[in-house]
Design a protein around this ligand. Structure first.
Ligand code: 6GU
Length: 224
């Protein structure tokens, strides 16, 4: 998979892709993330990328020209499965959307800033608008990084048995069960006896029941 991220702050998103599972995905040749500095497409000697909103009101709007030029240049080189705009008024990201996106070949991600981008970009270039939850971030970068992390780890071959996504929370609309590691007793606090039994079938059954119990208690909406 190739992900091209358009941003005015490439430095802000760089680091998550240089560590842990995302780095390993890149090292294995399973993903390539490209950060494109929108400033390079800015207008005039100040490389302007935003301007006042028509009709007035507080806050700047990201201009159509730099972003359209940038998107068109990228589109001239390859076909994109989706051109995603990160915005708090987009559809809320969930595991199902992440699973869908993880099967794509080429993704383009546009990070919004200030009061957002000129609506004509959304009308004519963007194929999908995504939010990461009902709260407002200063810009789309951290949202893009969160989405890309959630997507990249699902690309076939990125995770191994130890890190398998199959046992993640949300993968089957259930939250993950509690986990424990050594020591089996700390400060007088033990662990569920069954985990020491060595009986794999019973352990799996216990974990499933714990998942259902936890989901009922914390996220009953997931069970509907
Ligand atoms: Cl995608 N962008 C911004 N600025 N804030 C958000 C968001 C996106 N998703 C949740 N909050």
């Amino acid at each position: 998979m190739r992900i091209d991220i358009i941003t005015v702050l490439p430095e802000l998103i760089k680091s998550p892709f240089e560590h842990s599972i995302l780095k390993r995905a890149y090292d294995k040749g399973l993903v390539e993330v490209n950060l494109i500095d929108l400033r390079e497409y800015g207008v005039g000697k100040h490389r302007q990328v935003d301007d006042y909103a028509f009709g007035g009101g507080a806050g700047m709007v990201m201009m159509i020209e730099p972003i359209a030029n940038c998107i068109n240049e990228l589109k001239s080189k390859r076909t994109y499965d989706d051109i995603i705009y990160m915005t708090p008024d987009g559809e809320t990201l969930n595991q199902k959307i992440c699973n869908q996106l993880s099967l794509q070949k080429n993704l383009m991600v546009l990070c919004g800033h200030y009061k957002g981008v000129d609506q004509r970009l959304r009308d004519h270039f963007i194929t999908r608008e995504i939010s990461i939850g009902d709260y407002v971030l200063s810009g789309g970068e951290i949202a893009a990084a969160a989405m890309c992390d959630a997507v990249i780890r699902l690309i076939p071959g990125v995770l191994n048995d130890e890190t398998s996504a199959l046992t993640d929370s949300f993968q089957d609309n259930l939250l993950a069960p509690p986990v424990y590691t050594r020591p089996a007793e700390y400060n007088g606090w033990g662990i569920p006896e069954i985990l020491l039994s060595g009986h794999l079938q019973n352990i799996e059954k216990w974990r499933y029941e714990q998942s259902v119990e936890r989901t009922k208690k914390r996220r009953p909406d997931l069970l509907k």
